[in-house]
Ligand binder design. Structure first.
Ligand code: OAD
Length: 235
């Protein structure tokens, strides 16, 4: 039986592993980001208050780096699924890069924010941003020099949780791609979806902390597993 006959609504959660083959470091892998910088030094509101230059320089570097990277076959496959899937579909990404969008995906929700946005803590407006923030440029909306990276730091609430839970409640299939299942609330989505009767599938390079919570785990690089899964879904 074709997947479309059994499944209507899909939620896909992506993590750093989907961008690994594009050359973006994962968080917890060997040579990963946190090995050069302690999390507490760069990704918390306390770190920003203590040493804003260090935090801004770090995110300026990351913002510049992602603009030199390209989407890989896993991003393109999800964009194809997004374009061709007739039911509801939501790609919830923990990633702050824009590779899903550059591959052409439309139904993307960035729960941890976006590198290519700056958030004005004075007027609360978010502006699209490609250059540095270290030199404290003025906010395009209000002129205050109060811009920070629009990235969710440890201890802050991820974005658009209501929309995510609404999509989880309505999905028949939940697929997790390239995420370690170590960071909540995202790590809890599989349990929520499964409790509500959705089929759950994990695509990851190796078994993750969350693997036991899925109906099925497929192991391998996202650049191979994701196009194969999408082809199955669109059969
Ligand atoms: P992690 O670095 O924790 O996990 C990446 C996962 O991707 C691991 O399980 C790897 O096995 C897997 N992986 C690596 N290369 C892969 C490949 N080529 N194909 C498939 N899988 C691969 O990254 P996340 O789970 O995304 O949050 O981390 C979650 C959150 O923790 C991040 O969004 C960030 C961090 O703290 C915030 O910054 C708020």
């Amino acid at each position: 039986m074709a997947a479309m006959d059994r499944i209507r609504n899909i939620v896909i959660l992506t993590g750093a592993g989907i961008s690994a083959e594009s050359g973006i470091d994962t968080f917890r892998g060997g040579g990963g980001l946190w090995e050069q910088h302690r999390v507490e030094d760069v990704a918390t509101p306390e770190a920003f208050a203590r040493d804003p230059e260090l935090v801004l320089r770090f995110y300026d570097m990351r913002r510049e780096a992602i603009q030199t990277k390209q989407p890989n076959p896993a991003h393109f496959a999800l964009a194809r699924l997004d374009a061709e899937w007739p039911g509801e579909l939501l790609i919830v990404t923990q990633n702050v890069d824009d590779l899903h969008e550059r591959a052409g995906a439309k139904r993307v929700l960035h729960m941890h924010g976006e590198h290519l946005n700056a958030w004005c803590t004075w007027c609360d407006v978010r502006s699209s941003w490609r250059g540095p923030l270290l030199n404290r440029p003025p906010c395009p909306a209000c002129g205050a020099r109060a811009l920070r990276p629009d990235v969710v730091w440890f201890g802050e609430m991820p974005y658009r949780m209501d929309e995510i839970y609404a999509a989880l409640r309505g999905c028949d299939m939940f697929v997790s791609i390239g995420t370690s299942g170590a960071v909540y609330p995202a790590a809890g989505f599989v349990g929520d979806a499964r409790e509500l009767g959705a089929r759950t599938l994990e695509l990851n390079l190796e078994r993750s902390e969350g693997s036991a919570g899925f109906d099925e785990s497929r192991l391998g690089p996202a650049g191979e597993l994701v196009p194969a899964w999408v082809a199955e879904m669109l059969l």
